[in-house]
Design a protein around this ligand. Structure first.
Ligand code: ACO
Length: 332
């Protein structure tokens, strides 16, 4: 069974409610019909019921049993607007503005998650990453022990010899453009947690990547990764984590043994931490496009799971992301 099929199985075992702010979007409607029919999650579509049902009919998508909520006319609307005002008044939010903003399906969906009326949120078939991330960061907020929200890409590689039976977890590839050394340490700890709780990796082995292995090159950017390693050791002393090291030293046993002798991680890393967003984002696309890996993205570090889609996503991508969101919600 592939990694994503295992995640779907886990999702089915304890079904969660996932809200979709882009309720009228055709791929989203089709995905929700599949999620309901296959028992992966209980989807909620946001929008005007008559419009969504008309679109579903045209798409031949069966939405039987799928909840459709029109934000403006929902019984919870006033409660969400008031809670939004309370949460953001220190940042200049007024009651009037909150009542306006809560009509936006993205904010309404985030408020459903915040108030416990949905377990997670999936969006991004239409909106940009920032459109969803900003309200999630402002309202759902970061887990206190994490300090920062970031992302992991689960790379399911055709070569099953590398990583964890072909799985490599890459971070951060989406959120933090220029992480500090402390942020890199938190990204590493969060990615190890994602490997463990979402992918079932019993022993995450984290490599902090660089163009240098164990001091082979000297540069401020190398020193930064070395300091990130020290901080990560302090935050998570039991985590198998090492660096700085080059990509090949991290995943090829012979090279790891040669360049980083005695490292508990080198040559057998399954979680790879990139120095910044440029490196991480480029690396996942190379692994996907040239390496032939299947890739699945999740946000990590939020108090409740919200996940972003690529605007070019397929129906299958939406189903997969909802399944991952549901499993993240199971893990709290
Ligand atoms: N973790 C936790 N909180 C954060 C983070 C973070 N990483 N970043 C920002 N915040 C908080 C801020 O503290 C602030 O909270 P507050 O309003 O309560 O004080 C709030 O979020 C908004 O912060 P801003 O600085 O105003 O937000 P910004 O405009 O910088 O946007 C964002 C944040 C959206 C994450 C930005 O950093 C970004 O655009 N990142 C890159 C996203 C992207 O385009 N990725 C690549 C493409 S996706 C792909 O290829 C699959």
């Amino acid at each position: 069974m592939s990694m994503i099929e295992r995640i779907k199985e886990k999702a089915r075992a304890d079904r969660k409610t996932i809200v979709f702010p882009e309720g009228l979007e055709p791929r989203t409607i089709k995905a929700c019909a599949i999620l309901k029919a296959e028992g992966i999650a209980d989807p909620v579509l946001l929008g005007k019921p008559e419009d969504i049902l008309r679109e579903a009919e045209e798409l031949h998508a069966d939405l039987t049993g799928v909840r459709i909520v029109d934000p403006e006319f929902d019984a919870k609307f006033s409660e969400y607007a008031e809670t939004l005002y309370e949460l953001r008044k220190m940042k200049g939010m007024t009651r009037e503005k909150a009542a306006e903003v809560a009509k936006d399906p993205m904010y309404f969906g985030i408020m459903m998650v915040k108030c416990g009326d949905a377990d997670g949120l999936v969006s991004g078939a239409v909106h940009t990453t920032g459109d969803m991330l900003r309200p999630a960061l402002q309202i759902i907020k970061t887990k206190p022990e994490m300090k920062i929200v970031s992302s992991s890409f689960l790379m399911d590689c055709p070569n099953k010899e590398i990583g964890e039976d072909g799985l490599l977890v890459y971070a951060d590839c989406v959120v933090v453009p220029s992480p500090t050394e402390e942020e890199l340490a938190y990204i590493a700890v969060a990615a190890a947690d994602t490997a463990r709780t979402l992918c079932g990796v019993a022993e995450p082995r984290v490599a902090m990547l660089s163009f240098s292995t164990k001091g082979s090159a000297k540069h401020e950017s190398v020193s930064k990764m070395q300091r990130a390693v020290e901080i990560a050791h302090r935050i998570a002393p039991d985590l198998l984590l090492d660096g700085e090291m080059q990509f090949d030293a991290a995943i090829v046993p012979e090279i790891g043994a040669g360049k980083a002798k005695g490292s508990p991680v080198a040559g057998r890393a399954n979680v790879l931490i990139f120095p910044d967003l440029q490196a991480g984002n480029i690396a996942y696309k190379i692994t996907q496009r040239i390496g032939g890996a299947d890739c699945f993205a999740v946000l990590q570090g939020l108090q409740k799971p919200c996940n972003d889609l690529s605007r070019g996503c397929s129906v299958e991508d939406i189903v997969n992301t909802a399944a991952m969101t549901a499993v993240q919600a199971q893990n709290g």
